[in-house]
Design a protein around this ligand. Structure first.
Ligand SMILES: [Zn+2]
Ligand SMILES: [Zn+2]
Length: 349
């Protein structure tokens, strides 16, 4: 089979690899959709910057895989051939406290914690070897590209929104309208938020957020953002803010544009932020949450909700490429002038 590797100089290398044989508790997936994440670009594509859980070990890339089981190894207990599945993108040891909570992202086993596309082969290939315990059932109502979006981005956003709580009484600010920010707006809408304000620097992203009806207002990132948001919210600010930008100025905006008693969650990775604790959070009784990926059980809950809401994460996919054009896929994603970028197979292309 062919697999895509990221040597780290903003290029992609296609190489031949053997089709793996599933061992005990493992399954072989025919890949159907594999989306590209901002973290692939940030930590691997340009340069191998990541350490520890973000250290890339020269494996087949792609940590947002979705496909169909074509073979199961001995000892599988739930899934079988023909099942459509999402792969929770970190395979943990299964028995540490974090794994038992379903947060394999935080698995503490140095020996057994391996993320797909980082430390073990990922979804940018014709087939993927996965552990059965990492799989989430993909209902018929959702496409494989919908599922790939859940594997990382939508799952991560859903977790963060659960932490801050979103309801019909909330105006929400989303800073950073890349795929994660767009997902945040889409989920906030389904959770009842009627007024969603988005901020970004890239015109294509602002346009996409507006065209898809995900934001009532979009603002070009700048020093007046806090005043603009206050103006749009009767002088008070938003009840909830979600940072998906990892930009220091945008994070400070998210904090300052949130009203008294409001909640802010940081999802964007890397970078810094500077704010003044007393006026910016303490005196206004605000809470800032950090949130990293999600758990397997919350991912299952999200999939169920997506069907109920008739929400299709693949609507945010603006570019699809076949595997032999995977280089173009990463280049488009690195440009930022896009929504989500996917490598697709068979009927998903
Ligand atoms: Zn990701
Ligand atoms: Zn573990």
């Amino acid at each position: 089979m062919t697999g895509a590797y990221l040597p780290g100089n903003s290029t992609v290398e296609l190489k031949e690899a053997a089709v793996p044989e599933p061992g005990h508790g493992e399954v072989l997936l025919r890949m159907k959709a594999s989306t590209i994440c901002g973290s692939d670009i940030r930590c691997i594509y340009h340069e191998h910057l990541g350490k520890g859980p973000e250290g890339y070990q020269g494996v087949i890339a792609g940590h947002e895989p979705c496909g169909q089981i074509v073979k199961t190894g001995p000892g599988c207990r739930r899934f079988g051939s023909g099942d459509r599945v999402i792969v929770y993108h970190i395979s943990g040891c299964g028995v540490c406290n974090d794994c038992r909570r379903g947060y394999m992202i935080s698995c503490t086993s140095e020996r057994y914690r391996r993320a797909y596309g980082w430390q073990r082969d990922g979804g940018m290939a014709e087939f993927l070897l996965a552990e059965e315990k990492d799989l989430i059932h993909l209902p018929r109502e959702l496409s494989y590209a919908d599922g790939a979006q859940v594997a990382c981005g939508f799952g991560t956003v859903y977790e963060g929104l659960q932490k801050i709580g979103i309801s019909g009484s909330d105006a929400v600010l989303v800073t950073g309208l890349g795929p994660v920010g767009l997902a945040a707006a889409a989920l906030c809408r389904k959770l009842g938020a009627s007024r969603i304000i988005g901020i970004d620097v890239i015109p294509e992203r602002l346009k996409l957020a507006r065209d898809l009806g995900l934001c009532e207002e979009v603002l070009v990132s700048g020093p007046d953002n806090v005043a603009e948001i206050r103006r749009l919210t009767g002088g008070q600010g938003v009840e909830r803010a979600v940072d998906c930008s990892a930009n220091d100025a945008a994070r400070a905006t998210a904090i300052r544009a949130t009203r008294k008693w409001g909640r802010i969650v940081f999802l964007g990775e890397g970078g810094r932020v500077e704010f003044n604790p007393s006026p910016d959070i303490i005196h206004d009784q605000k809470t800032i949450f950090g949130s990293w990926v999600t758990s397997t059980w919350l991912m299952e809950e999200l999939v169920e909700r997506l069907v109920r809401w008739n929400l299709h994460p693949a609507d945010l996919v603006t570019h699809r490429f076949p595997l032999d054009r995977v280089s173009e896929a990463y280049a488009v994603m690195a440009s930022g002038r896009c929504g989500k970028v996917a490598v697709c197979f068979d009927e998903e292309l």
